[in-house]
Design a protein around this ligand. Sequence first.
Ligand SMILES: [Zn+2]
Length: 138
Amino acid sequence: MKRYTREEVKSMTPQDYESTICRELNTAGYRTEFQGKTMEYEPDPCVFGGDIVFHPDAVNYLKKIGLIDNGKCPMCCEREDDLICKLQSMHSGAEYHVCKPCYKQYAQEEREKRGCRCCIITLVIILLAFYVVSTLLR
Ligand SMILES: [Zn+2]
């Protein structure tokens, strides 16, 4: 098993980085699933955020070999601001570090999703209260 150094990771172009991530996962036997089919990881700019992040084992493996949390942001494949912005996937619980702009973007999206859920919960409570009041008044 090769372990990448921070310098090696930093000097990769975004394309190199994507294809190295996919190659290492494929070599280690990790596979992705798409519409019920098991497939190898294909390099593309969304492969991390849209796919790998849903598989905590794959994320941990990339951490172990030094491809993430090691000088590059896996979201934009460019930079990482020294491990200060930690994200945790709401879906898989996988934890990883990203650069500040990606962190802000993701945090905002999550806030919007949560905000939406809060609205629905409030609406349900209001409807329930309304139902209770109208049954009591009958
Ligand atoms: Zn980024």
